[in-house]
Design a protein around this ligand. Structure first.
Ligand code: ADP
Ligand code: MG
Length: 451
């Protein structure tokens, strides 16, 4: 068996263990780069894949390899462009019912009992470091609703997959229980208008009774309840009665509970009593993976340079990414699509960071995030509570706007440009090591880009 055959058979087995989306994400463009005695080296296209395969799939890959050839003892990954020919992905059978793959998204209908859209599945949800925690929490809740994390609270900017993720939980619980578990998905807007009309028609008890038998209640965009006192009061009772029966509650919001203004304290502390996880912005690599996953679902393809163009330029959120892709695919059905026409078609989507994230916006957002007056950032002081936010602002000017170091130094009152270089390097390095900083940077970027 040569290396190509060996890797083919590893892939053939791997696919039974993971979803189609993840398989495409992590195994496309991989191959065996070399085999020296007991050690196999797999080549992967980028650092991102290297990290994920190394961390998450190392064990199962090695196990499968050893089942084929037990002299193999060790596994390693290198970043290296693929040399051999592509593995024919279309010949691979995925761990899904074939009907599911054939179904076009448009054909999915919202379920009348649960309000869930079956198109939202874990299988087509791409996971990366930007949503890893939320995804893991969502899976845990699906496997053991009511007992792992209750409530589960997912937050993040618009178009980043909150609805997709929380509906996937609902679909999975419903399927796993052969539809025995009663799941209901309600947008908070609908929920509030339900309460309002129940109050008006004196039918609050009926409204509550309709929620009482639920095993899982999913409320989307709960920030909508802010400032609505009466709805909050009724929701508090609904929440408690489900919670006491160990029924699962899942919430999404555009911000964490402690940042929802005009939310009653007692609700805030209920929301904080379970698991809180965020979804943030995917980076370039992940945007590319998402595009490729969507293409596979639609059984379509686009030239690599066009995909690269979309992934490099459509950065606002995943919804826009999908919109851009759909627009190009629609055009491509009747025309020849080249890079020039793609650029033209995507003008409305291309979101130049310079439009939204100018330096003023970045500095403003950083100051606000750290609760500082903006002018403090310009002061020459070594106080830690100011130095750190200033370094973050310098870092973002470089990273997001490609400012030169001297230009950054000028912005901050004519400091020496080595100060800017130092700040950039420091934050860059800490970002690798410090989860809290990564979270902060993500939240700040979300705020900058959400307009
Ligand atoms: P939100 O509720 O946060 O505004 P949605 O869940 O509506 O965002 O997501 C917007 C679109 O992007 C949906 O079509 C969704 O399927 C898609 N999407 C979001 N996140 C992902 C992901 N991680 N993988 C695949 N598709 C995603
Ligand atoms: Mg949503």
């Amino acid at each position: 068996m040569d290396n190509i055959e060996l890797w083919q058979s590893v892939l053939a087995q791997m696919q039974f263990h993971i979803s189609r989306a993840n398989f495409a994400t992590w195994f496309q463009n991989t191959e065996i780069a070399s085999r020296e005695n007991e050690k196999i080296t797999i080549s992967v296209p980028n650092a991102f894949s290297k990290e994920w395969l190394g961390n998450k799939y190392n064990k199962p890959i090695l196990k499968i390899l050893r089942e084929i050839d037990e002299s193999i003892k060790d596994l390693d990954f290198v970043i290296q462009p693929k040399q051999g020919k592509n593995i024919n992905f279309s010949s691979i059978q995925y761990n899904e019912k074939p009907d599911d793959i054939q179904l076009k998204f448009e054909e999915f209908k919202v379920n009348k009992d649960t309000n869930l859209n079956p198109r939202y599945m874990f299988e087509n949800f791409v996971v990366g470091s930007f949503n890893e925690l939320a995804h893991a929490a969502a899976l845990a809740v699906s496997d053991n609703p009511g007992f792992t994390y209750n409530p589960l609270f997912i937050y993040g900017g618009t178009g980043l997959g909150k609805t997709h993720l929380i509906q996937s939980i609902g679909n999975k619980i419903s399927d796993n229980s052969k539809k025995k578990k009663k799941v209901k998905y309600i947008s908070s807007e609908k929920f509030v208008s339900g309460i309002v009309s129940a109050i008006r028609t004196n039918s609050m008890e009926v409204f509550k009774a309709s929620l009482a038998p639920l095993d899982v209640l999913i409320l989307d965009d709960i920030q909508f309840i802010a400032g609505k006192t009466k709805s909050q009061e009724e929701f508090f009772h609904v929440f408690n009665s489900l919670y006491e029966k160990n029924k699962q509650i899942i919430l999404s919001s555009d911000r964490p509970p402690n940042a929802i203004a005009e939310l009653e304290e007692r609700l805030k502390s209920r929301f904080e009593g379970g698991m809180i996880a965020d979804v943030s912005l995917p980076d370039y690599e992940t945007r590319l993976v998402i595009l490729k996953t969507k293409l596979q679902e639609k059984n379509s393809a686009l030239a690599e340079e066009i995909l690269d163009y979309i992934a490099s330029n459509v950065k606002k959120n995943i919804r826009e990414l999908e919109g851009a892709l759909n627009k190009l695919l629609a055009y491509e059905k009747i025309n020849q699509l080249d890079l020039a026409s793609a650029k033209n078609l995507l003008k409305g989507f291309i979101f130049s960071p310079f439009d939204v994230a100018n330096s003023k916006k970045i500095i403003e957002t950083v100051a606000k995030f750290y609760n500082l007056e903006e002018k403090k950032l310009y002061e020459s002081t070594r106080r830690k509570e100011i130095v750190r936010p200033r370094q973050v602002a310098m870092f973002l000017l470089r990273k997001e706007l490609k400012y030169s170091f001297p230009a950054i130094a000028r912005k901050f009152g004519g400091k020496d440009h080595t100060t800017a270089i130092y700040a950039y390097k420091k934050i860059l390095q800490e970002n690798e090591e410090n989860n809290k900083l990564t979270q902060e940077l993500n939240l700040i970027k979300q705020r900058i880009y959400s307009g």
